[in-house]
Design a protein around this ligand. Structure first.
Ligand SMILES: [Zn+2]
Length: 72
């Protein structure tokens, strides 16, 4: 990971019983797996499920996560 913003923010959110949404990543990647929360627009039978969006830049300091780290 190229910055420690996620850890810093999570530590501050902890007192509110809250943490950032992070994907569970296998394989020892250093990418934080930070996800932007999405909602499904239309629900019901046959409607595609909402997709997950992974951030490629740190939303707090703007540091780009390395491309090979995103691919996990
Ligand atoms: Zn950062």
């Amino acid at each position: 990971m190229t910055c420690t913003c996620v850890e810093t923010i999570n530590e501050k959110l902890k007192e509110h019983n809250t943490r950032l949404t992070q994907a569970w990543v296998l394989g020892g990647t250093t990418h934080p797996g930070l996800m932007l929360q999405t909602d499904q627009i239309e629900t019901g039978r046959g409607k595609p499920k909402a997709v997950a969006m992974f951030l490629t830049y740190c939303p707090f300091c703007g540091t780009k996560y390395a491309a090979d780290e995103v691919a996990a």
